[in-house]
Design a protein around this ligand. Structure first.
Ligand code: UD1
Length: 382
């Protein structure tokens, strides 16, 4: 069986790590070379900086990509189109039985679209690969988010949809997806978290950064929050107010750094000794900081899930979330960007009145194994 997986941008890597690990486990437990899974990894190059890409492959023990399409940064249309152009010939050369995509980034939809229309040569037993979407069915119901468009399109073209929470199953069924294609298996990102907690526990990133007291951790990169000065400036002002009572650690995504510079806001926070700015962090460093923090302020998707599992209060600076289980069962507060509201919730958490989480169903570290077993079952029907 030949499986080709796509990795493109930072949040993909933690998910792919779980799949690669599950494939490795199956191959190692299977002495017959005939029945081994051949796992090809294609990196689109959507993220390319060492700190946004290679560091994750190293730390998470993901096999070196067989191919790197080296696409880089450009507009959405150009990036998606460029990935499609470069991926088509790779797909025709490899002709895998399955294409596996994760998450909701431009690389996810670009490669899905190519695979959905590809026609393998007559000599091949199948016409095209079956398309597998891991982390299917999540919906923010906000089509101004590029990721929402990517999710809807990828799900509508996929043959096997692996989901992390019940609401995602409901969303897919409401969109008319055949229930036979939907598999509720849990969360591969959480598999990777459990696998690396011990290692992260050996790191003391807080001390390394010279942070002596309790702290909150901040991440921001959503275009809706960071691309316009009229939204970014009040958020930064709010962070400055919070830092008067709680030190903050703020690893800067390249998009956010560029914009802080453009809007002349960077100097100001760099001078603030209660806000520790860092470059983007590797997986283990970041996990060590989340684990030891008082709270996290973020607009990320995955961090809402990781904080739920770690039972760390998460203040999500967005109007919506595609991961509602983190709010209903987890430690996540969906707040938006109103400074008063943010300060109120942060105050509640610091007063010890934060909510604590239950671990959502199937977030047990075994999602990757369930996915690979299900794929093998499907392959046995070929
Ligand atoms: C992308 C994903 C988003 C994900 C985020 C995580 C899409 C539509 N968006 O957004 O869902 O949450 O990744 O980071 O796919 N840059 C660098 N080095 C890099 C990569 C990017 O400096 O390695 C800079 C470039 O200036 C680039 C900007 O960051 O223009 C944004 O990168 P891009 O991949 O376009 O989008 P993200 O905001 O990272």
């Amino acid at each position: 069986m030949k499986l080709l997986s796509i990795a493109g941008a930072r949040p993909n890597f933690m998910k792919l790590a779980s799949i690669a690990n599950a494939v490795r486990g199956i191959n190692e437990s299977n002495p017959s070379t005939l029945n081994k899974i051949e796992h090809i990894i294609v990196h689109t190059g959507q993220h390319y900086d060492e700190k946004m890409s290679q560091k994750f492959f190293d730390e998470l023990n993901i096999p070196k990509p067989d191919v790197n399409l080296e696409v880089g940064s450009m507009s959405h249309a150009q990036q998606t189109a460029e990935i499609m152009k470069r991926f088509e010939s790779v797909l025709l050369k490899e002709m895998p039985d399955f294409l596996l995509v994760v998450g909701d980034v431009n690389s996810t939809i670009a490669c899905t679209l190519v695979a959905s229309k590809i026609i393998y040569p007559d000599s091949c037993e199948i016409i095209r690969p079956l398309i597998i979407h891991v982390e299917a069915g999540l919906r923010s119901f906000d089509r101004t988010m590029p990721e929402e468009v990517n999710r809807i399109l990828t799900d509508s073209l996929s043959d096997m949809l692996f989901v992390t929470e019940q609401e995602a199953v409901d969303n897919l069924q409401n969109e008319g997806i055949n229930p036979g294609k939907i598999h509720f298996v849990g969360n591969v990102m959480i598999d990777t978290l459990y696998q690396h907690l011990k290692l992260a526990g050996k790191i003391n990133k807080k001390d390394e950064l010279g942070v002596k007291e309790a702290y909150g951790l901040v991440t921001l990169h959503r275009p809706s929050n960071v691309d316009k000065p009229e939204t970014l400036k009040p958020i930064i002002e709010c962070l400055k107010t919070i830092s008067e009572g709680l030190s903050l650690v703020f690893p800067l995504h390249p998009r956010t750094k560029n914009n802080l510079q453009r809007f002349k806001l960077l100097d100001d926070i760099e001078k603030n000794d209660k806000i520790k700015i860092t470059t983007p962090l590797g997986y283990l460093d970041f996990l060590s900081l989340v684990k030891d923090s008082k709270l996290v302020l973020t607009d990320s998707g995955g961090i809402q899930e990781e904080t739920t599992v770690l039972n760390i209060p998460c203040v999500t600076l967005r109007e919506n979330t595609e991961r509602p289980v983190t709010v209903t069962e987890g430690s996540n507060y969906l707040i938006g960007t109103n400074p008063e509201k943010i300060l109120e919730i942060v105050g509640q958490i610091l007063a010890g009145k934060g909510k604590s989480s239950n671990i959502p169903k199937f977030w047990d570290g075994k999602a990757g194994d369930r996915i690979v077993s299900r794929i093998l079952e499907e392959f046995s029907k070929f």
